[in-house]
Write a protein that binds this ligand. Structure first.
Ligand code: ADE
Length: 225
């Protein structure tokens, strides 16, 4: 799979994309990620990418020309062109899985007060928000989307089964995990986990998931099949 990211701050992604699972996935050619500076498509001598809003108001708006030129240069037939914005559709694990099956994504990170609406109307297929808060720019949001979808690409996670037991896979939060020592600062690991009865362990874990979900994310329980 190929992902092109368009941002004014390519440096924000450098370390992030080279470390850990993503770094390894890229080395193993499971995932090709190219980070581009939107400014490279500006044509004036100051490499301008923004301008004052028509109608007045505070802040600047990203201009059509550099972004549309960049997307048109990078796009391929069938690719998905996604704009990261707080007024987009909320990102979910289902969306991450769906995107992981695409051949080619273009992720556009916005900045300032937003981008000219005509960009959204002409070269964007889909708009995604990573949560109800506003970041200073969409680059971290693009990073979040890449990280979440990479986990669904076969071979990226060491152990495939960790995908099926974790939070959100069945609209349940994860169960509590423990490792050695069996007693730490007077706190013992639940007895059932030490006894090796896998049926009992499964039952306990599921009960813990239900309890935790009811406590912290009751909204998820309503989505249970
Ligand atoms: N850009 C700024 N805030 C954002 C958010 N919450 N999600 C996606 N892109 C953003």
């Amino acid at each position: 799979m190929r992902v092109d990211v368009l941002t004014l701050f390519p440096g924000m992604l450098e370390g992030f994309l080279s470390e850990s699972m993503l770094g390894r996935a890229r080395e193993a050619k499971l995932l090709e990620i190219n980070v581009h500076n939107t400014r490279d498509w500006a044509t004036d001598k100051h490499r301008t990418t923004d301008d004052r809003p028509f109608g007045g108001g505070a802040g600047m708006v990203m201009k059509c020309e550099p972004i549309c030129a960049a997307i048109e240069a990078l796009q391929s037939p069938g690719c998905r062109r996604i704009y990261l914005t707080p007024d987009g559709v909320p990102f979910t694990t289902a969306k991450a899985e769906e995107l992981s099956k695409q051949q080619h994504l273009i992720l556009l990170s916005g900045h300032y007060e937003g981008i000219d609406q005509r960009i959204r109307d002409t070269v964007i297929d889909e708009e995604i928000s990573i949560g109800d808060y506003v970041l200073t720019n969409g680059t971290l949001a693009a990073a979040v989307v890449i990280d979440a979808l990479a986990r669904f690409i076969p071979g990226v996670l060491g152990e495939e089964k960790s995908l099926t037991s974790e939070s959100f896979t069945r609209n349940l939060l994860d169960f509590p995990n423990y490792t050695r020592p069996a007693v730490y600062r007077g706190l013992s690991v639940p007895e059932v986990l030490l006894q090796g009865n896998h049926g009992e362990i499964e039952k306990w874990r599921h009960a813990q998931q239900l309890e935790k979900t009811a406590k912290f994310r009751p909204d998820l329980l309503k989505k249970q099949p």
